[in-house]
Design a protein around this ligand. Structure first.
Ligand code: ZN
Length: 215
């Protein structure tokens, strides 16, 4: 398979990745192959803030995040925010999906809480390719839900900054921005590097995954 875009940080040697368009449309089966991990747990994602604790052999659950000390875990995106978290010792990891609904519902805070509950200490994170404020035009109602710092105004239009909102919420939950690597890539900019639902109006998925260090 083609190379998977790496997070711009060293994840303590943890196996992880964010796929790009060149890796193909990620079905759960394609995601397992892309991760090269034999098995990787995926979710039926519903744009909420429910985080599950991974265990081998789990059937597909509804939710938007996983915390794991065993199986590899991943989430699908096509403009939303893919967030990976890991503990300093690499033994607790998490993969989380959050678009505007998940951000409004508090997914970043739920992610940090679930990691901490699973025993994670010295958290770090990486935010992968997502639709940036360069492209993510939104309606005026976003100003009622999100702070001005997570919005941009240009030429009378309003744009949502998922990175700013995710980092703000992670910081509020105790994970400062300095400990989160942020991909500068926008899924919608440019023609083909990533899949973008808002640009293409075609359902194709990117996949972001991480596996914990073996005990
Ligand atoms: Zn863009």
């Amino acid at each position: 398979m083609s190379p998977v875009a790496e997070a711009p940080v060293t994840l303590s040697g943890l196996r992880h990745g964010f796929t790009a368009a060149a890796d193909g449309d990620m079905s759960p089966a394609a995601a397992r192959a892309a991760a090269g991990l034999g098995d990787v747990l995926t979710l039926k994602q519903v744009h909420g803030a429910v985080v599950h604790r991974a265990a081998p052999g789990l059937s597909v659950l509804e939710g938007d995040g996983w915390v794991s000390t065993g199986p590899a875990v991943g989430v699908f995106t096509a403009d939303c925010s893919p967030l990976l978290l890991w503990s300093g010792d690499g033994r607790v990891v998490g993969a989380f999906h959050a678009g505007w609904r998940g951000l409004a519902a508090g997914m970043p805070e739920a992610a940090v809480r679930a990691m901490t509950d699973a025993g994670a200490r010295d958290l770090s994170g990486a935010l992968g390719p997502l639709i940036g404020p360069c492209c993510y035009e939104v309606g005026a109602e976003f100003a009622e839900t999100f702070p001005a710092a997570s919005l941009a105004r240009r030429d009378g239009k309003l744009y949502f900054d998922q990175r700013a909102e995710a980092l703000r919420r992670l910081a509020a939950a105790g994970l400062p921005a300095g400990r989160v690597a942020v991909s500068p890539e926008c899924t919608s900019c440019g023609p083909t590097a990533y899949f973008s639902w808002r640009r293409d109006r075609v359902r194709r998925s990117l996949f972001s995954y991480i596996a914990p260090r073996a005990a």
